[in-house]
Design a binder for this molecule. Structure first.
Ligand code: FNR
Length: 184
């Protein structure tokens, strides 16, 4: 049975390089992983503690999607050296209720893409901090997709072998972690 990986892009943009990198990761994944790209981010309402008892359907769908997955793969843009507000907002919802959230005990990997030479390096660090604080185990190192607007070819796959191997490696790391946890 393939490991179910929920891929969450922090960008809402149709031409997002981060979403495109997740699509490439999905295409490169072998038969031991099924990478599904989540498209519900825009439907997550702004966080408000007053609505915690009865959140809207966007929040409920987020939580259900996280719960149904074996592992999470995030691709985050970098906005002003940090993660985009819409991604932080979704994680704030997912992190509640405190101590009993759908994020507790989850496995995730973080990658990031930017047209700059740094590849969303600082944003990835911030995202890892938020995830770790929410009880998520983040596997692997950061994967900075720099000059991201040139990184993928017409076929949507990485132009260079290094990025191809790195993306495949991220998915493999998640698969191995989930399998090790299952065996434990
Ligand atoms: C950016 N961008 C950006 N890039 C970067 O490398 N470091 C940064 O701090 C910022 N800051 C920033 C702030 C805001 C508000 C925007 C809209 C953009 C550029 C950003 O990397 C670029 O727009 C990416 O293409 C966004 O990712 P997606 O949407 O293509 O996935």
């Amino acid at each position: 049975e393939p490991v179910r990986i929920l891929a969450i892009s922090g960008s809402l943009r149709a031409a997002s390089v981060n979403t495109a990198v997740l699509r490439a990761a999905a295409a490169l994944a072998g038969t031991d992983a099924k990478v599904e790209i989540w498209d519900g981010l825009a439907a997550v309402q702004p966080f408000n503690e007053d609505h915690e008892a009865e959140p809207g359907s966007g929040v409920r769908e987020l939580r259900a999607a996280v719960e149904a997955a074996d592992a999470l793969l995030f691709a985050t843009p970098e906005y002003n050296s940090s993660l985009p507000g819409q991604l932080k907002n979704a994680l704030d919802w997912a992190s509640r209720p405190y101590g009993a959230s759908v994020l507790g005990g989850r496995t995730a990997a973080v990658i990031g893409a930017s047209p700059s030479a740094f590849g969303a390096k600082w944003s990835q660090a911030e995202l890892r901090k938020v995830l770790t604080n929410s009880g998520v185990e983040v596997v692997g190192e950061e994967l900075c997709v720099a000059r991201a607007h040139e990184a993928l070819g017409e076929d949507g796959l990485p132009v260079d072998e290094e990025l191809r191997a790195a993306l495949t490696g991220v998915v493999t790391a998640l698969v191995e972690k989930v399998r090790a946890d299952r065996a434990a």
